[in-house]
Design a protein around this ligand. Structure first.
Ligand code: ATP
Ligand code: MG
Length: 580
């Protein structure tokens, strides 16, 4: 895999579309009907997660691809839980996966019919197909120990050795298989294996295991089974049972495809399936810089409390990025832009953030927030006056109306907008300089107050009464600086979390590095900010552009009525590109 960070051009087409278009033109899957005689669409795809963790941005690529192909070619996409490994699976994961796929905007219904499936529902069928394979001489029960099996498997340069149990008569294997199911044996005592070729250059064809004994409670089937089918055996059968046409998976399964085809060919010979059989196609998984998408490592971040849970806004999980303020549209746009390729590459985080900015910019309500507050006192402003100011809800969408907020004698401004001794090119507040208080008046800075330690605690200025924005007089004032502010007496005090990338290294675990050493120490800063008063009504999940700062969202978990808490979604500009 290359470590190069590739910039990506928009991809409107991809090789999978080409394959589907050719199949449609050749009527490969035309005129099919399901077991009940209902007509089947010519394109059926599936998204097949194992419910053993939370979905992440990599899964989003697979979801957008599979559901997108079905949508664009008049087909349907199934959501199927590949739940054949009882040890690691849980209902909690099933629920969050369903939620995340729906949130991304996809639907597994077609003409009112639900296409939500569980591989565990196929256990009885998978079992009877295994009985068939034994009877037909295509599978046998192996009674070697796990160590013997590993030793006899050979390696890439060396063929494997046949098991001494390989020539067991089908009747004997069948009897043992039944007794495996009946619970007569301990875990690992016997394994059902496909009988293919121990000398195959493809290790996946060296008599792969298809059933193993596992005395474990399954989150759906309970204690009904103590033998469980292997993933590589279950997957093609599930696809065929669901009449999947194009079974799309990531590249690491390329070497598994011959076994996928072997299983379906043998079962078609046995009359279980009709041709054309489903076909597996592989695409490059998403590798995103500054992120980690290994389920095991994400779990570690959660368990070691390095992040605040699966839905921590810094996590690349779909629940995390949703909470961060990502929109389904931004993720779909990102997946379109990165396209689908047949070779692995790295996608830079800035591509994801760019899609987010492009999606939020035309939508987000504008608002003012002072994140690092400093007092500004307008000395010549009438003591108790409160004068209304107006600003557009969105600068390019006048139909969205205006927001109102008052200007008063004492305001909050950003501490960075004042310098006692200005640096070169600094146009904001410093003694003797004029700036515009955005949507308000032009003021001239007169000086500042300091505490005993010499810290600036308040800035003083005078305003020009005829300079108000939106009035005729305003045109007479030409100033270079334009700063934002809120009235101290009216501001909403709110917690704002300034999130940034979780890792400061683009490849946190490259070359076996400890990914925890690459954590960005500044990935979360919490500040008490002052917001324009209308923000009291911000609803959870609502997105804003805090002018000059970036995009923010009212946190969907911690906000309460009248007291929103905000997360920074992304800054206005990419501050990381120089670091690449
Ligand atoms: P596991 O190691 O548990 O198998 P997984 O990330 O492959 O982890 P699955 O639940 O098997 O998780 O994934 C469901 C689907 O999502 C699979 O088809 C898988 O190929 C796809 N997928 C997983 N990670 C990515 C990724 N980074 N990019 C694109 N597709 C992915
Ligand atoms: Mg997987």
């Amino acid at each position: 895999m290359s470590n190069d960070i590739k910039s990506t051009a928009p991809a409107s087409s991809n090789f999978l579309r080409g394959i589907i278009e050719a199949d449609l033109a050749a009527n490969v899957h035309a005129g099919r009907a399901d077991a009940n005689g209902n007509p089947l669409p010519p394109v059926v795809t599936r998204f097949p997660p194992e419910p053993n963790g939370y979905l992440h941005i990599g899964h989003a690529k697979s979801i957008c691809l599979n559901f997108g192909l079905a949508r664009d070619f008049g087909g349907r996409c199934h959501l199927r839980f590949d739940d054949t490994n009882p040890a690691k699976e849980d209902q909690e994961y099933v629920d969050t996966i369903i939620d995340s796929v729906k949130w991304l905007g996809f639907d597994w219904r077609e003409n009112g019919a639900e296409h939500l499936y569980y591989a565990s529902d196929y256990f009885p069928l998978l079992y009877s197909m295994a009985e068939y394979l034994i009877t037909a001489g295509h599978a046998y029960v192996d009674s070697q120990s796990a160590e013997e099996m590993v030793a006899n498997r050979g390696n890439f340069g060396e063929p494997g050795k046949n098991s001494p149990y390989r020539e067991r008569l089908p009747a004997e294997s069948l009897d043992l298989f039944h007794r495996m199911k009946a619970g007569e044996f301990r875990d690992g005592e016997h394994v059902l294996r496909a009988k293919i070729d121990m000398a195959s250059p493809n290790m996946n064809l060296r008599d792969p295991a298809i059933y193993r004994i596992r005395h474990a409670h399954h989150h759906r089937t309970g204690d009904e089974w103590c033998v469980y089918p292997m993933y590589d055996y279950t997957h093609p059968i599930s696809d065929a049972l669901e009449n999947v046409t194009h079974s799309v998976c990531t590249l690491e399964f390329q070497d598994h495809r011959p076994f996928y085809d072997w299983v379906l060919e043998r079962l078609a010979e046995g009359g279980f399936f009709k041709k054309p059989l489903p076909h597996q196609y592989e695409f490059a998984r998403l590798n995103l810089t500054y992120a980690n998408t290994s389920k095991r490592k994400l779990l570690q971040l959660v368990e070691e409390k390095i992040v605040d849970g699966w839905d921590d806004p810094r996590m690349p999980t779909l629940v995390g990025i949703r909470r961060r303020g990502y929109t389904p549209e931004a993720i779909q746009l990102f997946c379109e832009r990165i396209g689908v390729a047949k070779a692995d590459s790295w996608i830079d985080m800035s591509t994801l953030e760019g899609a987010l900015r492009d999606d939020l910019d035309p939508k987000a309500t504008r608002a003012i927030a002072v994140l690092k507050p400093l007092k500004l006192i307008i000395d010549n402003f009438p003591e108790d006056a409160s004068i209304d100011c107006a600003a557009p809800v969105h600068p390019h969408l006048p139909e969205r109306g205006v927001r109102h907020f008052p200007i008063t004698k004492t305001l909050w401004i950003e501490a960075d907008d004042f310098m006692e001794v200005p640096g070169k090119g600094y146009f904001r507040l410093y003694p003797g300089n004029k700036v515009r208080l955005r949507y308000g008046y032009v003021v001239e800075c007169t000086g500042c107050d300091k505490d005993e330690a010499g810290n600036v605690i308040a800035v003083h200025c005078n305003y020009f009464e005829d300079s108000k924005s939106g009035t005729e007089g305003s045109a007479n004032y030409k100033v270079k600086g334009n700063i934002h502010w809120v009235s101290a007496a009216h501001a909403l005090e709110a917690q704002v979390r300034l999130y940034d990338r979780l890792f400061s290294d683009p490849h946190p675990d490259a070359g076996g590095k400890d990914f925890k050493l690459a954590l960005n120490p500044d990935s979360k800063q919490v500040v008490n900010a002052y917001l324009e008063p209308g923000m009291r009504d911000a609803q959870p999940d609502e997105k804003y552009q805090f002018e000059r700062h970036g995009y923010f969202v009212a946190d969907r978990i911690d906000s309460t009525p009248g007291k929103p808490v905000f997360n920074r979604v992304v800054t206005l500009k990419d501050s990381w590109s120089a670091a690449k």
